[in-house]
Design a protein around this ligand. Structure first.
Ligand SMILES: [Zn+2]
Length: 316
């Protein structure tokens, strides 16, 4: 069971937008559901129809067997005994999907999610640019006024939507960018990661954006791979990546905080300011990971406050 298969299932369930019978899923997909935890929730599809347990192709009407049990009357196979397991259905917790996509896009939490119309949500603003989530591109084509309702001056609209067979390239006019759900996002550390998030940089290593390239860092310093961190590659924010990039450029030499912050283009006073964890995020791997990386890789002295990264000296 790979993360890729599990992510494909999430995308498929979101695209469909309806519950599915557990019996209609492949064994790999059932495993994927288990690995997805809170993203998938059990549900009931119908009190009157069930997927035929025998052929698993047709739906049959549900009847009582007169002894407290149930029978599925399949139009092809005839009556078949129905167990509770046969009627079990699953659905994607779309609230989970929306909140994790917001985190992946680094959307500030103070602006909430807006229900724009059936199957279209405004997730919020990422770096002042609106981000939409749509169940289908067709919904947006059929009503382009949706864009007028979210557009802001000087920023492109980004649309997260599943792929459709007929679309290649960008299906929208200038000012609207499509991010295919299946390709630009992936499961990561109990959440969702945005692949190739640095603007202007092609997602060259889209399959494994975290591949260590410069010491423990990915080529864009947004991912850190450390053996003693059990949650997989550590994903950094833009600011944290800028700190690591700056420290790397000093090749392991001790440098005062001010020079590092200037080089990183960050307004905080000290490099470690960007790694502090708010009380409500304590213990969450996505926040603890970068701090762990900082503590492992960066050395400092108190007075004068100097910082250096030994791994940058050895890797040339
Ligand atoms: Zn049947």
């Amino acid at each position: 069971m790979s993360a890729h298969e599990a992510w494909s299932l999430v995308c498929r369930l979101f695209k469909g937008g309806t519950p599915v019978f557990k019996a209609a899923l492949s064994p790999a997909e059932v495993n994927a559901c288990a690995s997805l935890g809170p993203a998938i929730k059990p549900t009931a599809i119908s009190q009157t129809f069930a997927l035929c347990p025998y052929c698993q192709l047709r739906s049959g009407q549900i009847f009582g067997d007169g002894k407290g049990g149930q029978i599925c009357q399949c139009p092809e196979c005839g009556p078949t005994v129905l167990s509770a397991e046969d009627r079990a259905a699953l659905m994607l917790d779309e609230g989970w999907l929306r909140s994790k996509l917001r985190m992946a896009m680094e959307i500030e939490s103070r602006d909430g999610i807006t229900d724009i119309c059936d199957g279209v949500w405004r997730l919020g603003d990422a770096r002042r640019a609106p981000v939409l989530l749509a169940r289908s591109l067709t919904r947006l084509w059929s009503d382009p006024s949706i864009f007028d309702r979210v557009r802001v001056a000087g920023a492109d609209i980004r649309v997260i939507a599943p792929k459709t067979r007929e679309v290649r390239g960008n299906p929208f006019s200038v000012g609207v960018e499509w991010l295919p759900l299946e390709e630009r996002f992936t499961l990561y550390g109990g959440g969702i990661a945005f692949i190739g998030s640095d603007t202007g940089q092609a997602p060259l290593i889209a399959a494994e954006p975290w591949a260590a390239y410069l010491g423990p860092f990915s080529s864009d310093f947004r991912w850190v791979t450390l053996d003693d961190w059990s949650h997989g590659p550590i994903r950094c924010t833009d600011g944290q990546a800028a700190i690591f990039r700056a420290l790397w450029s000093f090749k392991g030499v001790k440098v005062e905080a001010e020079r590092i912050m200037l080089k990183a283009g960050q307004e905080s006073q000290k490099p470690n300011d960007l790694f502090k964890i708010k009380k409500e995020n304590k213990g969450k791997p996505e926040y603890e990971g970068p701090l762990h990386a900082y503590r492992t890789l960066v050395k400092s002295t108190q007075r004068p406050g100097e910082y250096w990264m030994p791994c940058a000296a050895t890797e040339r």
